[in-house]
Design a binder for this molecule. Structure first.
Ligand SMILES: C[S@@+](CC[C@H](N)C(=O)[O-])C[C@H]1O[C@@H](n2cnc3c(N)ncnc32)[C@H](O)[C@@H]1O
Length: 214
């Protein structure tokens, strides 16, 4: 089965309550994607489908961008850990000049392209496979980070790398354990309904944070 077809068969097109403007190919309790991926993995080397959810940190950041479009208007933006692309799509809808959706998972790029097309913003988004740690952010005016701080070593390395970037950085995060706590300023908070497949509670708070000097 081709990857596009696998994604279409194993997801449903739905929007989250916090970001109803952006339908996405998502896993729901009705689509046993994790199990399907396990068997597909044996044949194709595909990993856990992070791209099949709109993560709460990404939802918060997308909501903020849609409500405050001047945050991205006319800018060249990179969306780190773009997954299914909710943050990139919000930035495109809000008027960013161009968005690079960067994810270490090669499947994410395909899903992001499908979701961008679904939302009519494919021309504004380039989906790329790559590691954000060590990535050259010199060409970007703004760096967006939606819910990427979920392992200690990687979060520390990413934060260290982002602190050396010239462009401003906005995080969306529910306050996960490994999110940076110093040198960030909270700019908005939302209550987000979660997918019970991936989060412990039915609702959680997620915030948008701006990285500031230490
Ligand atoms: C929890 S998901 C969030 C996806 C999306 N931003 C959202 O909010 O729905 C985290 C994503 O970060 C990606 N990721 C993790 N480490 C990365 C790295 N070093 N460079 C680029 N992407 C990374 C994962 O592959 C995954 O798609």
């Amino acid at each position: 089965m081709e990857l596009d077809e696998f994604i279409r068969v194993n997801t449903v097109v739905e929007a989250t309550k916090l970001v109803p403007e952006i339908p996405l190919h998502l896993a729901t309790e009705l689509t046993p994607l994790w199990h399907a991926t396990e068997s597909y993995l044996n044949q194709t080397n595909i990993g856990a489908p992070f791209w099949a959810f709109a993560w709460v940190g990404g939802q918060a950041l997308a909501r903020y961008i849609l409500d405050e479009p001047e945050t991205v208007e006319g800018l060249h933006v990179v969306d780190i850990g773009s997954g299914g692309g909710i943050v990139s799509i919000a930035a495109a809808m809000a008027g960013a000049a161009h968005i690079t959706a960067l994810d270490i998972d090669p499947v994410a790029a395909t899903v992001c392209r499908l979701n961008a097309a679904l939302n009519g913003v494919a021309d504004h988004i380039s989906a790329a496979e790559g590691d954000a740690i060590g990535y050259d952010f010199g060409q970007f005016d703004l760096i967006l980070v939606g819910d990427v701080c979920y392992t200690r070593g990687e979060s520390e390395d990413l934060t260290h790398h982002l602190r050396r970037a010239a462009a401003p950085v906005l995080f969306g995060d529910p306050g996960r354990q490994f999110m940076p706590r110093k040198g960030i300023h909270q700019v908005a908070t939302y209550t987000v309904e979660t997918s019970q497949e991936i989060e412990a509670n039915p609702f959680t708070e997620a915030s948008v944070w701006r990285m500031v000097g230490l």
